[in-house]
Design a protein around this ligand. Structure first.
Ligand SMILES: C[S@@+](CC[C@H](N)C(=O)[O-])C[C@H]1O[C@@H](n2cnc3c(N)ncnc32)[C@H](O)[C@@H]1O
Length: 273
């Protein structure tokens, strides 16, 4: 990591937010180091997955995640999900693949708004504790224990033998290196015409200064190892023949520093494969 750190270059996002608005620090990193940074980032999640938690700590963690969609930050995710439900034809199952699904945060939300009738869900989650909790709470739904690198090779056809309404990715793509995120999105476009999510979107259209051979990252909580990727979604989706739009303003200050997250929807462009 030391070598990579010396190759970080701080970049400014002042032109993207209102004067004085607090935001994360941003870094431009040589693209050749993206795997090193990604490995470093994964170690944060994998260390967390290996924590020896007491029963109470574990229960608190699971309860916390069950309520995730009710955090103020997630208001755009709730609105986005409601719009997907509103547009969904009545009488057909709503089928969802959820990458980085934790313990079924999305299902808990659907249940709370009484929208679980006819939902067919397959989640993907590397943390077995979350996956087990999801299975226990929603035994009729499915979850695969695995990570994003394995996602492109996963067989969803045999699990969901109907068209996939949407592939959902909430607060997970920015944890993936550009190469891994692009491979996951490509797989998603092979399964559905609609990809929805909630992610860091302040660089979705390449707004943050960087060179072609750099990737942009944000210091979300650097001391703990959380340095996330600020993906250029519009470019990624354009290459896949999908439109990309944010469905909320990418500026939601919560507790002082959360500027840049937004909900998004990406749709297959007519006439493109
Ligand atoms: C911040 S949580 C978001 C959970 C849920 N999607 C939501 O929005 O409520 C991030 C989730 O992504 C999972 N995750 C982290 N790294 C991942 C990776 N490399 N591949 C797949 N999932 C990952 C974590 O275990 C965690 O459940």
């Amino acid at each position: 990591m030391a070598k990579v750190l010396s190759d970080f270059r701080y970049v400014s996002v002042d032109h993207l937010v209102a004067p004085g608005m607090p935001t994360y620090q941003h870094l431009a990193v040589g693209a050749e180091f993206q795997n090193t940074v990604y490995d470093f980032l994964k170690s944060f999640w994998y260390q967390r997955h290996n924590l020896d938690l007491s029963d109470k700590e574990l229960q608190d963690l699971l309860d916390d995640y069950k309520n995730t969609y009710y955090q103020p930050l997630h208001e755009p995710t709730r609105d986005l999900l409601k719009s997907v439900l509103d547009k969904h034809p009545a009488g057909t199952p709503l089928s969802v693949i959820d990458l980085g699904c934790a313990n079924g945060t999305l299902l808990h939300y659907l249940q709370s708004i009484d929208a679980m009738d006819d939902v067919r869900f397959v989640g993907v989650e590397p943390y077995k504790v979350f996956a087990d909790d999801l299975r226990e709470t929603f035994p009729e739904q499915q979850v695969i224990v695995g990570n994003a690198e394995e996602f492109p090779d996963m067989d969803f056809d045999s699990r969901l033998d109907l068209p996939v309404t949407t592939v959902f990715c909430s607060l997970v793509l920015y944890m993936l290196s550009p190469d891994v995120a692009k491979r996951c999105l490509k797989k998603a476009t092979e399964m559905t015409d609609l990809i929805c999510g909630f992610d860091y979107c302040l660089n979705a259209r390449g707004e943050i200064e960087s060179n072609d051979d750099e990737v942009v990252m944000l210091e979300y909580n650097a001391p703990t190892g959380q340095i996330y990727f600020a993906h250029e979604y519009e470019k990624y989706f354009d290459e896949l023949g999908f439109s990309f739009e944010t469905t909320s303003e990418p500026s939601r200050p919560v507790e002082g520093r959360e500027v840049g997250h937004a909900a998004f929807r990406a749709q297959r462009l007519r006439g493109k494969s």
